[in-house]
Design a protein around this ligand. Structure first.
Ligand code: ZN
Length: 309
């Protein structure tokens, strides 16, 4: 069965400013990497805009309204915190990023596709219900999980996150909800400072920390020995992956030493878990990754694994 690739040109028009690591060229690098002949079998579609109703399953109405009301003039920006900025195109980009996640859930839950990948930005895993943070404006993965529950009757949804940073936002959305599971591997210590192993929610949060310098073997051990067994125990009806590639050795924002082959390995292991537990249903969302060449190669390895697994 083919893999669905959702993206939208509007995601290039979110511009947090010169020298900002979360730049439009990131998405260009990803799409260029997925343009090779081996990816000809991807089914490509345009990401729709999320609706207010979809966003409000996670975010308070006044938060959604406030973000969507920020429409700076061209060449101007509004800073929401020190590193989270909005340009004139940011609101639509954020709606497309969340909308892609929702559309991917629809396609996978309806059985049209087993796997879907959303090549979108801004990312989402640092955004809390009522607080933009860490380059993120809406909590895309949490919106996807809630949509699967509300519209498709999924009883349990798991979000796993191999971005090098802890997804404090997704955790904040999930930590009192036993029908939702969140697991993350991340460098510790590192931004945003959350994700200690003692943060376990209502038994539905699993944080695995890796020290600076940890390599692919440590990364694979975290997933193979801790996170995937916990996913099997949780037994989800859908798996959502927060696929950040900034654990790569070349990434400028962190100090792990993960390689493309490790991202392929974890992707295949997660798909195998999904095959055992939920008919193979996997929705993957682009999060971080700030070395453009490593990001392109890592995303290609991830999507290649989604296609063959
Ligand atoms: Zn990150």
């Amino acid at each position: 069965m083919s893999v669905l690739l959702l993206t939208h040109r509007a995601c290039l028009h979110h511009d947090p400013g010169p020298h900002h690591p979360e730049c439009p060229d990131r998405l260009r690098a990803v799409l260029q990497a997925l343009d090779a002949g081996e990816f000809a079998d991807l089914i490509r579609d345009q990401a729709p805009q999320a609706t207010r109703e979809q966003l409000m399953r996670v975010h308070p109405e006044n938060y959604v309204d406030a973000i969507l009301a920020i429409r700076p003039e061209p060449d101007e920006r509004v800073a929401l915190d020190g590193d989270t900025l909005m340009s004139w195109g940011s609101a639509e980009a954020a709606l497309r990023a969340a909308g892609a996640a929702v559309a991917a859930v629809d396609a996978v839950m309806q059985g049209e596709f087993r796997r879907a990948f959303c090549a979108t930005r801004p990312p989402g895993h640092h955004c809390e219900p009522a607080r933009p943070m860490g380059f993120c404006l809406f909590a895309n993965a949490a919106v996807a999980a809630r949509h699967a529950q509300a519209v498709h009757g999924a009883a349990r949804v798991a979000v796993v996150d191999f971005d090098v940073h802890h997804g404090n936002g997704t955790q904040a959305c999930f930590e009192t909800e036993p029908s939702l599971f969140y697991a993350s591997s991340h460098q510790w210590p590192l931004y945003p400072g959350t994700g200690d192993v003692t943060e376990t929610g209502v038994g539905n949060i699993l944080n695995v920390t890796l020290p600076p310098g940890a390599d692919g073997a440590a990364f694979r051990a975290a997933w193979g020995e801790q996170i995937i067994p916990a996913l099997d125990d949780f037994d989800p009806d859908l798996l959502v992956i927060s696929a950040g590639f900034d654990a790569h050795a070349a990434d400028p924002l962190a100090q792990l030493r993960v390689r493309e082959a490790d991202f392929a390995w974890v992707t295949e292991a997660l798909c195998a878990m999904a095959d055992r537990r939920c008919g193979g249903k996997v929705v993957s969302l682009l999060e971080g990754g700030y070395d453009l060449e490593a990001l392109g190669r890592s995303t290609a390895a991830h999507v290649r694994a989604l296609m063959r697994a």
